[in-house]
Design a protein around this ligand. Structure first.
Ligand SMILES: [Zn+2]
Length: 303
């Protein structure tokens, strides 16, 4: 039987590769842009770009149930799920509930505005490419994590998850890694973040919990300097509190953060437009597992 480490690392690696491949496929499309008609030419390629991204989102979410079961089994746990994740429910929509088409047009807008500011074409194009890379990797990773969160919710005996780091990582993730979070705690992440859930029970998770200072101590000094900056790493080596050194909240958001966003999507849901996203459901359910599962089924995430 595979160990928990093998299960979680293999899953993280596959998800990371999927996000990388998706970004590379989209880069190839982006290179076909006609410099004299940036907006129109990207608009013509959007259906293909959206198809690529949506397929990867569905694939990322599709492995969630199997992963959660395998990770639990490696901890000697077996629970019958109340439903299966419908992977396509996380595809073709941005993780915060926004329209994916307008989000995918963003790279063209950024390129055009860089040109307007007088940047040379090569620079402006690189700005767009960076934006495309960020969007594609973040959306694939979010779909995978969304699937994991739904799969965890659907197994009521699973009280939560331990946050797992995927190296190389950043300081904000290092100080959150190895901590236990309740099943309904939103996953704080930054663009391109590839941290993941390890489903567990509170009494079992003990072995999984790690001290961020221990993780820091195990890093080579050069890596400490890269992740925490030279000044930050020196301060920590000299005994400073890691939480004081790292600005943990900078750029870290759950997929659903602002009350305003929640309100907009609720309005849309009433009009029969985008569904509540899984993280919004976790907020709405206010800790009630039965209600969370009911809402996930109602909004098409669980069968
Ligand atoms: Zn990070």
């Amino acid at each position: 039987m595979a160990t928990l480490e093998q299960v979680t690392e293999a899953h993280a690696r596959r998800q990371k590769q999927l996000a990388k491949r998706t970004a590379e496929d989209l880069h190839r499309l982006w290179r076909l842009i006609d410099p004299s008609r940036i907006g129109e030419s990207w608009r013509l390629m959007l259906p293909q770009a959206l198809g690529l991204l949506a397929t990867s989102q569905a694939r990322a979410a599709a492995s969630a149930g199997i992963y959660v079961d395998d990770a639990l089994e490696a901890q000697g746990l077996h629970f019958e799920p109340e439903g299966r994740v419908i992977s396509t429910s996380l595809a073709g929509i941005a993780s915060d509930g926004r329209n994916l088409t307008s989000l995918m047009f963003e790279p063209a807008i950024q390129t055009l505005s860089a040109l307007k500011q007088g940047q040379p074409y090569s620079r402006a194009n690189a700005v767009g490419l960076l934006s495309l890379d960020k969007i594609s990797r973040t959306q694939v990773a979010d779909a995978g994590r969304g699937g994991e969160s739904i799969a965890i919710t659907a197994r009521p005996q699973v009280q939560g998850y331990v946050r797992m780091l995927s190296l190389p990582s950043c300081s904000r993730c290092v100080i959150l890694a190895g901590k236990f979070f309740r099943w309904n705690a939103g996953f704080r992440r930054h663009p391109r973040c590839d941290c993941r859930h390890i489903p567990s029970r509170e009494n079992v998770a003990g072995d999984l919990l790690t001290d961020p200072k221990k993780a820091f101590d195990e890093m080579p000094a050069a890596e400490q300097d890269r992740v925490f900056t030279k000044a930050g790493a020196t301060a920590i080596r000299e005994g400073a509190d890691m939480n004081q050194v790292v600005n943990a909240r900078r750029g870290m958001e759950t997929a659903v953060v602002f009350g305003q966003k929640v309100k907009i999507t609720k309005t849309n849901a009433r009009r029969g437009r985008p569904r509540l996203m899984p993280e919004q459901i976790l907020i709405e359910a206010k800790g009630n597992r039965v209600e969370a599962i009911r809402l996930m089924r109602l909004h098409g995430y669980l069968n």
